[in-house]
Every structure is written in C-alpha cells, then in structure tokens.
Design a protein around this ligand. Structure first.
Ligand SMILES: O=C(CO)[C@H](O)[C@H](O)COP(=O)(O)O
Length: 232
C-alpha cells in the first residue's frame, strides 16, 4: 500500500459521523479506508452501518469488524468513500478498474456525499488515458462491443479500441459481481465525457459505464506526507 493511498484513506475518516450509513468503495485505496474505519470503530464510541460495493469489499469489511447491512435496508446513504482510476479538474471520474463500477455507481448515486480518495497519479487534465470500463450483458456482447465503438466515435474519440476483459489466464472472460462482462475501451482522450456517457447508456446491451459525472463533491489526494482535500 503506497503512503499516498494510505494518507488519502486516513483523511477520509474525518467525514465519518456517528449513526451514518456508509457506502464502502472498492479497490486498494478504498480497502485501506475500510480497514482504518474498522480500527476507528473499535477505538471510538461511534456506530455506523456499511454497505459494500463489491464482494471483495464485503470480505474486507467483515475481517475489519465493520458492521454491514444489505442495501435493501437503506433508502438513502449518508456518505460513500471510494477510489477512482482518473479524476479531472471538474471532479469527473473514470472508475471500474476493479470491475465494480455498477454497484459503485448505484451506491454513489444514492449517497448524500461522495468522497473520492486517490493518490497523485490519478489526477488528470482530461479523462481517457485509463481505458474506460463499460459493463455489458454477456448476451450479444460482440454486437454491443461494435455499438460501443460507434458510440465513442460519435462522442469524438478518434480511434477507440474495445477489448473484452479476461481473467489472468487470458482465456475466460471476467464476470462481474452482477454477472456481466467488462469491455475496456482505450480512448487516449475522451473530449466530451457527458456526450460519451449519454451515447453509451443508450445502447441496449450496456448495463453501466465507468464515467462518474456530477457525483463526487470531495476529492482527497494523498501525498507522501499528508493529504490535500479539495471540495467543489
Ligand atoms: O473503480 C474502482 C474499482 O471498480 C477503484 O476504485 C479504482 O480502480 C481505483 O482502485 P485503486 O484504489 O486500487 O487504485
């Protein structure tokens, strides 16, 4: 775990208050937050209820002693703390490097506040160097992949490359917690993220995409010896 990720995760604890329902993000930075949260709950006299964004985070939360509730028991979520693959100056994000984007977006969208925790490498001038993950139904995914390519072209991406994400052995497709596939879309740059988002979500086989627009209100950038908190 890098010091920057750890420092970002630690700074996010300041946003946690007694009685909150918390969305627990996925990925290595969010996992660190969950572990620190578990340790803080043992020390402080506060109680929270967590809702994990992935099976992996659920496991980490259980090991850390963070109490969990099923999402169906919450009609709203106070705060979500999650990582990101890229963050631009308008707090627009690419997420889904860990293939958890659907649950992450459902939970972020249901939250009063989304706090994003990242290291300095995730800050970008414009989105798209990190391949955009698009979660699709396995049925007809080759047709959906062509439609995704066309949609990205219409959104101004010059030469998108759309690749099915596979497991480490390179043979089997990766299957998400929700039973879907991931298409990784190398774009280089996404000139108009809002247009790309609108085009992608219009495709029948697309379940969700990794562009998180107008969701994050706080970005905490971990540095080597602390953290910088930015609020919109
Ligand atoms: O979107 C995600 C998972 O779907 C993660 O938040 C993202 O990939 C960042 O991960 P890490 O903190 O390990 O760099």
């Amino acid at each position: 775990m890098s010091a920057q990720k750890l420092n970002a995760a630690r700074a996010a604890l300041d946003y946690v208050e007694d009685g909150m329902i918390l969305g627990l993000g996925s990925g290595s930075t969010a996992a660190e937050f969950v572990r620190l949260l578990g340790a803080a709950l043992k020390q402080d006299e506060i109680a929270i209820k967590g809702i994990p964004t992935s099976r992996e985070t659920e496991q980490i939360a259980r090991e850390a002693g963070v109490p969990l509730i099923p999402i169906e028991q919450a009609d709203r979520i106070d705060l979500t703390v999650d990582g990101a693959d890229e963050v631009d100056g308008r707090f627009r994000l690419i997420k889904g490097g860990g293939a958890c984007l659907l649950r992450e977006k459902i939970i972020a969208d249901a939250s009063d506040l989304m706090v994003v925790i990242i290291d300095e490498t995730k800050l970008v001038e414009s989105l798209g160097a990190f391949p955009l993950p698009v979660e699709v139904d396995p049925f007809g995914f080759t047709i959906t992949a062509k439609k995704v390519f066309d949609a990205l072209r219409r959104a101004g991406v010059a030469r998108p490359e759309v690749t099915l994400r596979r497991l480490g052995d390179g043979l089997e497709p990766l299957v998400t917690d929700g039973g879907h596939y991931i298409l990784d879309c190398a774009c280089g740059e996404i000139p108009e993220p809002e247009l790309a988002a609108a085009e992608l979500i219009d495709i029948p086989g697309v379940i969700e995409h990794g562009l998180f627009l107008d969701l994050a209100r706080v970005v905490i950038v971990g540095e080597d010896d602390g953290a910088r908190v930015m609020e919109l």
